[in-house]
Design a protein. Structure first.
Lengths: 445, 130
């Protein structure tokens, strides 16, 4: 019911509705429908008698909240407890978003604090209004810094433009941000070892990712069991926030955003995406070492890649060009492949060839047979190898991860929602200089 | 009022387990409390639409049905049963079946709302939420 409330608020209605609530068993296959008969009078009342408590149009703001303590340590603890009690925290400790801390974070944008992000500022499903001040509040809570704001703003523009509600569903969808351009190094965003964290020398991804999670939760209403019914939640503390290792790409290989979004290399941009098919699937890229040559080792790595790429997640079947995903190869693997003539297009074509199921694999699958019958498809007339990825362009490549020959990573079920150019504030150099004072020199790698 | 251990120690200056709070004897001036004013992270909420007035009676009224999927949450069984029960009470009630409109997450899209409005129903039943 709480999830429905968020959806209703997202339609611009007051946070209540004339609903009739039934327990889950009613909605299962072959269920007993008696509860409907028992509550039929409630359905009639909802259509004829119900009245909302609040029925006035307008914008409803909430004032700051106060906490006190005998000393700062106690006040800090009370702030954390209050935020959890209000469903505003994520379970990890927060920095209290005081006026002074939020104002400091706001030095990372030239925008007016009260200006909404990305037009309406409304974040689905609840349609809370995201201003730059609210974004800075979430960034402060996440332990972020001013120079992280441009990436967070860019990601939020996509969130607001696309109004995607997949993360409200029971599936384990979670969000990700891929950053391209020199800003990644400047703000210490990771592109190598421990790509998805933690890495104290590259802490930006944790704070930015957590900030976006807090925006989705607080402004969008993605609260566990209320605005989202994700059963497992998966990587929702921070999502994925990383950079492409552009400097180490092999000669002739383009960056992810050059290839996908036609961005010039060196353009700062943030790609916001959601992954929803079980997310990260590592596989062993390296062979056993007894292969006759390097080409064979590379070729055989594709078999292992295909194994993790082809698992089918859903119970609904239909014609599909293949589920999009991102293949993470670190720069060592990229260079090794490039040295023996493999291009991104050649790799994706070969991987797509290996993504198939056979007649033998589906001969006992009543679910697939039923879907085929509904679509009037004669399974016996299908080819011996039934392709799962008819459009190889759904295999995206990002060069990132620690430079080691062992593993590569397939991120399944990726919905690329948008790529936005990052706008830097006028005081950018001063922000970076302050970051060097606070955090030390930018790591060489 | 029951005091916690910290308050007890503060007010008495008692030394316990090797820890002493001697500077916090009752004779010492009371320490100033720390106050933190914290900004709201949830953003403002805008109410742009109000609920329609309820119907005085369902007899002779047209009720549209919207479903978030055709079978998974069993609307193919629950909606017809609701129709049947309401028809018993209000013999002149009419329904626009859920199959008339798109199903899935798009039920909240403007185009679907417009499709419903074009049929000029008096009320809408939406179900079955997951």
């Amino acid at each position: 019911m709480a999830a429905t409330r968020q959806a209703i608020m997202g339609q611009g209605l007051p946070p209540e509705a004339p609903w009739v609530v039934f327990e889950y068993p009613l909605f299962l296959v072959d269920s007993d429908l008696t509860p409907i008969k028992e509550k039929c009078h409630e359905i009639v009342d909802a259509l004829t008698k119900w009245q909302p408590k609040n029925n006035k149009k307008g914008v409803y703001n909430k004032p700051p909240v106060e906490v006190t303590g005998t000393d700062y340590e106690e006040a800090l603890a009370r702030a954390n407890y209050l935020f959890l009690e209000n469903n505003w925290g994520d379970g990890l400790a927060i920095f209290p978003p005081t006026r002074s801390r939020v104002d400091w974070i706001l030095t990372g944008t030239d925008r007016n604090p009260k200006e909404t992000v990305g037009g309406s500022g409304k974040v689905a499903p609840k349609a809370g209004i995201l201003t730059h001040e609210v974004l800075a509040t979430c960034m402060a809570m996440a332990g972020g810094r001013p120079e992280y704001m441009p990436v967070a703003e860019a990601a939020c523009k996509t969130i607001i433009e696309k109004q995607n509600t997949l993360m409200t569903s029971s599936g384990g969808a979670y969000q990700g941000i891929c950053v391209n351009g020199p800003i990644a190094k400047q703000i210490r965003l990771n592109s190598r070892f421990s790509l998805f964290g933690p890495d104290p020398k590259h802490s930006a991804g944790a704070a930015i990712g957590r900030c976006i999670s807090l925006v989705l939760m607080n402004v969008g209403g993605h609260v566990a069991g209320q605005g989202t019914i994700a059963e497992y939640g998966e990587m929702r503390f921070t999502g994925l926030c990383f950079a492409e290792n552009e400097d180490s790409l092999p000669k002739g290989w383009t960056t992810f955003t050059e290839e996908k979004y036609n961005r010039a290399k060196g353009t700062n941009s943030a790609t916001f995406f959601i992954t929803f098919l079980g997310g990260l699937r590592p596989f062993v890229h390296r062979g056993s070492g007894n292969e006759p040559n390097f080409e064979t080792e590379m070729q055989e790595s594709f078999f292992r890649a295909a194994n993790v790429m082809k698992s089918v997640w859903t119970a609904n079947y239909g014609p599909s060009p293949g589920s999009p995903g991102i293949m993470f190869y670190n720069s060592m693997i990229c260079r090794n492949m490039a040295n023996i003539g493999w291009t991104k297009d050649k790799i994706r074509r070969r991987l797509a060839e290996l993504l198939f199921v056979t007649q033998e694999e589906i001969k006992d699958r009543t679910d697939i047979q039923r879907a085929a019958a509904a679509a009037k498809v004669d399974i016996s007339n299908l080819p011996g190898r039934i392709p799962l990825m008819t459009d190889p362009q759904n295999i995206n490549f990002v060069c990132a991860g620690g430079d080691h020959p062992s593993l590569a990573m397939w991120l399944a079920g990726v919905m690329l929602l948008g790529n936005v150019e990052i706008q830097l504030p006028k005081n950018w150099d001063a922000l970076l200089a302050q970051a060097e004072k606070d955090l030390g020199d930018i790591p060489a790698v | 009022m029951k005091k916690n251990r910290r308050d007890f120690l503060k007010e008495t200056g008692t030394a316990v387990g090797g820890a002493t709070l001697a500077v916090m004897t009752p004779l010492a001036p009371a320490a100033e409390r720390v106050n933190l004013s914290l900004l709201d992270p949830t953003g403002a909420q805008e109410v742009t639409h109000l609920f329609a007035a309820r119907l005085p009676d369902l007899n002779g009224k047209v009720i549209a049905e919207l479903a978030v999927d055709p079978t998974k949450w069993q609307p193919h069984r629950t909606m017809p049963y609701i129709e049947e029960l309401l028809k018993k009470q209000f013999p002149k009630i009419q329904f626009i079946p859920m199959q008339t409109f798109p199903m899935g997450l798009q039920v909240s899209e403007d185009r679907v709302i417009q499709m419903v409005a074009d049929r000029k129903p008096d009320a809408v039943i939406i179900g079955n939420a997951g």
